[in-house]
Design a protein. Structure first.
Length: 287
């Protein structure tokens, strides 16, 4: 259970229900302050429940945290749900054209937060002092602004512009394929020292959290609309196993009957094979 769910409103008695909700769920508070840990936990479950490939989940999960901490509507994006292109490609992008220090990338219709890890990798893979990247066929382009916060702990400065093809041409990119000539996102990475905060505590947290918004969130939390958070919290439960005899045994050998009730008279010296209990005898035999 998360720290937000543990905060119970006044004037109510009783424990949390089976979804982990407490009386704060029914409170009139408009916003909650979430810890980075609980935001990551629910985001990871949501991405799994919405069908993102498991290998892509950790990187996207962390960018959701960075984006929401920076004031971008990342959790609202999750509430709207991943698109079919997101589930099908799970962050895969294609390089459509490239020259020295410049790339044109096809995002295949995926959302900006889903492809952002791949775009960040491509920017850093080019050894030039200045790298320009055009991301075409990208959904929710405003969320690509999260990448501006990803360079501080890497010693680079990233600028994100939501623009049209004219901007791409002026940036010195190779000619855009017709399919990518519509609106897109222009990313520019410069290998120079970014502006760092004066606060020693933020400087200490920066390499641990990966961005200044996330570093601040460690201290102050991430403010989130209450109704949105509880809706996401409940939806995230779809990624969990339903309660069953099998799920009750998941942590190891636990003696339960057909209704899932723990058998108190059996010892821990029990294994389950195909639903049959096998116990060890004193002479080393199994029965």
């Amino acid at each position: 259970m998360t720290s937000a769910t543990l905060a119970r409103g006044s004037g109510h008695d009783g424990d949390a229900d089976r979804l982990g909700r407490t009386w704060q769920n029914a409170s009139d508070r408009e916003t909650l302050r979430l810890s980075p840990r609980e935001l990551r936990l629910v985001t990871e479950r949501l991405l799994q429940a919405q069908g993102l490939a498991l290998g892509a989940v950790p990187a996207v999960r962390d960018l959701v945290l960075h984006a929401q901490a920076a004031g971008l509507p990342a959790l609202q994006f999750l509430a709207d749900g991943l698109g079919e292109a997101d589930r099908e490609n799970s962050g895969r992008v294609e390089i459509a054209a490239e020259t020295a220090g410049a790339l044109v990338v096809d995002c295949l219709g995926q959302s900006a937060l889903v492809v952002a890890p791949a775009l960040l990798d491509l920017l850093q893979a080019v050894p030039a002092e200045r790298v320009t990247l055009w991301a075409g066929r990208i959904g929710h382009p405003a969320l690509a602004a999260v990448l501006e916060h990803q360079g501080t702990d890497r010693g680079v400065v990233i600028t994100v512009t939501d623009a049209g093809a004219e901007t791409a041409h002026a940036a010195g990119l190779p000619p855009l394929p017709e399919a990518l000539a519509g609106d897109g996102v222009l990313l520019v990475m410069e290998r120079r020292t970014p502006e760092l905060p004066d606060e020693p505590e933020l400087l200490r947290l920066l390499p641990l959290t990966g961005s200044l918004p996330a570093a601040r969130a460690v201290r102050t939390g991430v403010e989130t609309p209450t109704a949105l958070w509880w809706s996401l919290f409940e939806d995230s439960a779809k990624a969990l196993s339903t309660e069953s005899v099998t799920s009750l045994k998941h942590a190891g050998a636990t003696a339960v009957d057909e209704n899932g009730v723990i058998e108190p008279d059996l010892t821990d010296d029990v294994d389950f094979v195909g639903g049959t209990a096998i116990t060890s005898t004193d002479d080393g035999e199994q029965r």
